[in-house]
Ligand binder design. Structure first.
Ligand SMILES: *Cc1c(COP(=O)(O)O)cnc(C)c1O
Length: 487
């Protein structure tokens, strides 16, 4: 019997489809605005179109790619669309995508220095570049995790390891010990609580500190909470401050919070997942004020630094504690350079690690520090312009300060009095639906002081001013329609 050779896709076929796909990607990236930004499929629609069981025999690439276009693509919400203003608008970029391509081609596992020296050393160098760009002190050591949620999980694990005499690593969090307590604002990201759940601290071990009228953590309330907890037998160990909260992008007063953390000997972690890269701009350096005395800080190049998801940069002043929390080296992973080289597997939960540094290195080199700053600066200035439009309009109202590129606002037509808040909430929910249904733009929402609030976040490299102008037109047009319908 003459069997076909096993093994991978033949090189010629790889080359053919590789070229074809790069062309497809270039066309797609040039024309993302031709697609509806928000996918219009209903739940289950994709599953209904795909066989329930896998193919027994291999299928031709032509067929697979045809199905990708006809079946998968309609179910895609286009984060690359220039009018994607939802959540935190993120984009990849040409150099970032090419970096991903090389990363998956090399397919190295960056668990140990030895398992790919370049992957480890490039991660060290690239994160040190990034640290310098952010203006953080040299003591901050960097590591790449997949997401900010996981970075924060590692920060809190290190904070727990740093508690004198606790030894949670060996003993666990057994009964009969003081209960750990950590502090974060009411507006911090849900990942903080999820980390507490994961690490055995529990949701009740997280004390939510109230915010001021600008949605910033109130440091006096923090200090009072710590004192009260100490009197009641809790064991305070960690504070998580936020630079750029998820709802409004408010900035906690980190300098004050750092002073209090130091006074009570608590680990201070700063979550700057979205807003951190703004510090690359000299005029925005202030956003990381106080962070120089934090113990750890996370920021996500995959959010506002044009790097394809996922890549989260974690900086820590005490990597030895992180290592102490996690290192566990079985015999078969010991190497002769363990004393001289970094083995990133020692600093976290996961063993296998992607070579993510490559794409960030390529993004930073391709755009340069100034090129990155100019792009972020443009987003900031468009956000100020949009906020100005809201402020000038008698029909809309801004719901929070706009320190970065995210605007919180809502419609408050003159015909509606503030005494009917539920009606205004409903109108804004309908407005959001109507605007998003056009397929031309995509906004999200939040609740501020219990009131339904629209959110527009700018962060995409393809966004131009006309996309914001069009979104502003759509908001007014759909508001007209809703108001007419109501009469
Ligand atoms: C987006 C965001 C997160 C979560 O980031 P992931 O990388 O998706 O885990 C956490 N904190 C803040 C402030 C964020 O904006």
């Amino acid at each position: 019997m003459n069997e076909a050779p096993l093994g991978d896709m033949p090189p010629d076929e790889f080359r053919e489809y590789g070229h074809q796909l790069i062309d497809w990607i270039a066309d797609y990236l040039e024309n993302t605005d031709k697609y509806p930004v928000l996918s219009k499929v209903e739940p289950g629609e994709l599953k209904a179109q795909i066989p329930n069981s896998p193919p027994d025999r291999g299928e031709p690439m032509d067929q697979i790619l045809k199905d990708f276009e006809e079946t998968i693509l309609p179910g895609i919400t286009h984060w690359n669309h220039p009018s994607f203003f939802s959540y935190f608008s993120i984009t990849g970029s040409g150099p970032g995508i090419l970096g991903e391509l090389l990363c998956s081609a090399l397919n190295v596992n960056a668990m140990l220095w030895k398992t790919s020296p370049a992957a480890t050393e490039l991660e060290e160098v690239t994160l040190d570049w990034f640290r310098q760009m952010l203006g953080l002190p040299e003591e901050f050591w960097g590591i790449i995790y997949d997401t900010a949620s996981i970075s924060t999980l590692h920060a809190i694990a290190a904070a727990r390891e740093a508690v004198p005499g606790l030894n949670a690593r060996e003993e666990g969090l057994g009964a009969g010990r003081s209960r750990l307590r950590m502090y974060t604002s009411e507006h911090s990201h849900s990942s903080v609580e999820k980390a507490a759940i994961t690490l055995g601290i529990g949701r009740n071990g997280v004390k939510k500190i109230q915010v001021d009228s600008g949605y910033r953590m109130d440091p006096n309330a923090l200090e009072t909470a710590i004192r009260t907890d100490l009197e009641n037998g809790w064991l305070p160990f960690c504070v998580v401050a936020t630079v750029g909260t998820t709802s409004t992008t408010s900035v906690d007063p980190v300098t004050e919070i750092a002073r209090i953390s130091k006074q009570f000997n608590l680990w201070l972690h700063v979550d700057a997942a979205y807003a951190g890269p703004a510090a690359i701009l000299p005029e925005m350096r202030w956003v990381l004020q106080g962070c120089e005395s934090a113990d750890s800080i996370v920021t996500n190049p995959h959010k506002w630094l044009f790097t394809p998801i996922d890549l989260s940069a974690f900086f820590c002043r005490k990597p030895e504690i992180l290592k102490k929390a996690f290192t566990l080296v079985p015999e078969y992973l010991k190497t002769s350079v363990d004393d001289t080289a970094t083995n990133f597997m020692d600093y976290g939960v996961q063993l296998g690690r992607r070579f993510r540094a490559l794409k960030l290195w390529m993004v930073i080199r391709y755009f340069g520090r100034e090129g990155l700053a100019d792009r972020i600066r443009q987003h900031l200035s468009w956000a100020q312009e949009f906020a100005g439009k809201i402020d000038d309009s008698p029909r809309f109202q801004r719901m929070a300060p706009t320190p970065f590129s995210t605007i919180c606002f809502r419609a408050v037509p003159e015909t509606m009095t503030a005494s009917n808040p539920e009606l205004i909430d409903r109108l804004n929910a309908d407005l959001l639906d109507a605007v998003n249904k056009t397929g031309e733009t995509f906004l999200s929402h939040t609740k501020l002081n219990d009131r339904f609030t629209l959110r527009l976040a700018i962060g995409n490299l393809k966004t131009r001013k006309e996309h914001l102008e069009r979104t502003w037109e759509l908001l007014q047009r759909e508001l007209d329609r809703l108001e007419e319908g109501r009469d």
